[in-house]
Ligand binder design. Sequence first.
Ligand code: SF4
Length: 289
Amino acid sequence: MRIEIDSRSGFCFGVVHAIRAAEEALKAGRPLYCLGDIVHNTMEVNRLKKMGLQIIDHETYQTKSDCSVLIRAHGEPPETYQYADENNINLIDATCPIVLRLQQRVGLACEEMKQVGGQVIIFGKQGHAEVVGLKGQCPEQVIVVSGEDELNKIDFSKPVRMFAQTTQDIGEYKTLQDEILTRMKPYSLTPGRFKATDSICRQVSKRAPELATFARAHDVVIFASDPKSSNGKYLYGVCKQANPNTHFVGSIDEVNTAWVQNIQSVGICGATSTPLWMMEGIREKLLQS
Ligand code: SF4
């Protein structure tokens, strides 16, 4: 039986970088706090907790001083940095470089729109950590929309600069851009009044088609993910559609070796929040069966 782990499944480089930064800092043996879950995977978070990582929320952060705090890949708004400066907090900044660049672009767009009374639109999930960090670049000017039903928040007579949360769907983003353009037309569309930046991260957006190809190439597919991960639910659906012999597992223990009896090939894959050690553990279990 051939067993293949999908080389493109698992953490994106932004998350890998944040986890490495945490592991490195924890080696020093001093307490390390992380603002929010470092990754949406309970088992990986528990592994890091055992090494000494303490997850805190923003309310608790506001009570800390003289300590080290890790900023995860999603990034943070400027006030988090300001609070650290004022309270002798050593920030270990593991903001993904792609998110950091996007924060800078949103900040520049805000400056530009301030001059002409325009608006900066972020297509994303209200309250999502990355969106909070982006909106924080200029809270009074940024409007967050999660879909077409929220476009009424926009004043179509004013100039618009538009960005998307890095993990949004490209198709939906394009549809929203078209709709905004249509609604702006009656107010005249002079050049430069509307500009949308493609800020979607290909590390995530390319996963679905690649995963479907991977799933089709195997007799049985084992898809590993934290059941709470929304990316996991979505990508599992993609695999299941491409190959109905796809099984979802939330842990190595849930793997049923009867699934792979008398078959030629098994594919092991997962979400963007699935650790490699989990997929390797599944392979070990299958090899020993
Ligand atoms: S921007 Fe891309 S690489 Fe960076 S954390 Fe988000 S999904 Fe990962």
